[in-house]
Design a protein around this ligand. Structure first.
Ligand code: PMV
Length: 324
């Protein structure tokens, strides 16, 4: 099934190709997975092999969208016009293609986190673009439908439609209409996530390529789906009981297991840099000394630190060179 078929299923009777507003402005948060999405059952529709669970942060992407009188989309990223032949512009325009006939857009994106450095910028980018299209055309879609559409841009974008703790249900259907993210309605204001920046340049192997290669060639991938089921149970238990030790231990082990499957691929994929390992060891050492902190890591060298609010000052002291 093609992406455009799914869009038609969702927008039946709604799509008239005429915006009802001339300009819209939206925001969507980045989300950090505590249990990772790693592996697709359908690469066209970004349908995952397993469920995943994330936390949406305060930082994210602002998107301004309007019509553009030109021969192609005008895409501005962090105040700079992007070449329409660049990979970034092509990916954004391909997503816009799903929602238009013979019109072009001006898309002005401001990202509060570095692009493509494993910091979930594409998730918040596609989620805020989906929200913008919904407003511009007056689709009045539900969050569930918005989540399905955002997923077509980037899998994890479906989780950035919702704030707070979010579970992405993998779904079973071929058209993916049951594969969307849902807010878990749990609040834990004391739980903090901070980005530890090691390298903000573009990653060499995208998560898309990384997971496809891992699913195809890594013998370790076989253990991943059952590990995710167990980790999801533990994470939900930790969230309900506000058990930070269980949450931190599970999230950290889940991230390391994901990276182990990638290292087990042939040829292997290493997202870590020497500084990544240095920071992991620092975190483990501080934990041994009684400071309860954990990390998670996505498809890049940077780490995200998990800790409780009462440790913020100590964390700032130990990680000042890496905090944003
Ligand atoms: O949505 P994508 O294609 O950028 O994949 C994201 C994959 C990970 O960040 C590694 C894990 C996750 O669940 O966010």
């Amino acid at each position: 099934m093609k992406k455009s078929d799914v869009v038609s299923l969702i927008l039946t009777h709604k799509f008239k190709n005429i915006p009802i507003l001339s300009f819209v402005k939206t925001f969507a948060p980045v989300n950090i997975a505590l249990c990772k999405y790693w592996g697709k059952r359908d690469t066209e529709l970004n349908l995952p092999i397993t469920n995943s669970l994330s936390l949406s942060l305060k930082q994210g992407t602002h998107t301004e969208l309007s019509l553009h009188e030109g021969q192609h989309d005008l895409i501005i990223l962090n105040n700079q016009i992007i070449d329409s032949d660049s990979a970034f512009a092509k990916r954004a325009s391909a997503f816009l293609d799903l929602f238009r006939k013979d019109i072009f857009f001006k898309l002005n994106i401001t990202s509060e986190v570095p692009i493509a450095a494993g910091l979930a910028s594409s998730a918040s980018g596609f989620a805020s673009l989906t929200l913008a299209l919904n407003q511009l055309f007056g689709f009045e879609l539900s969050n569930q439908q918005l989540s399905i559409l955002a997923r077509l841009g980037s899998g994890s974008a479906c989780r950035s439609i919702e704030p707070g703790f979010v579970e992405w249900h993998k779904g079973e259907r071929v058209d993916g209409l049951d594969s969307f993210a849902e807010n878990l309605k749990i609040s834990w204001p004391d739980l903090c996530v901070e980005l530890l920046m090691i390298n903000d340049s573009q990653k060499e192997i995208s998560s898309r390529e990384g997971m496809a290669h891992t699913v195809k060639t890594s013998i370790l991938y076989k253990s991943w789906p059952s590990q995710v089921e167990k980790d999801l149970k533990d994470l939900k238990k930790a969230l309900l009981k506000k058990d930070f030790t269980l949450l931190g231990e599970t999230a950290e082990a889940n991230a390391l297991a994901m990276h182990a499957t990638a290292i087990g691929a042939r040829p292997p994929i290493h997202y870590s840099l020497p500084d990544t390992l240095f920071l992991m060891q620092k975190i483990w050492q501080l934990r041994q000394q009684g400071l309860e902190i954990y990390f998670t890591q996505d498809a890049g060298p940077n780490l995200k630190l998990l800790f409780l609010k009462n440790n913020w000052e100590t964390v700032r002291l130990h990680f000042k060179d890496y905090l944003q």
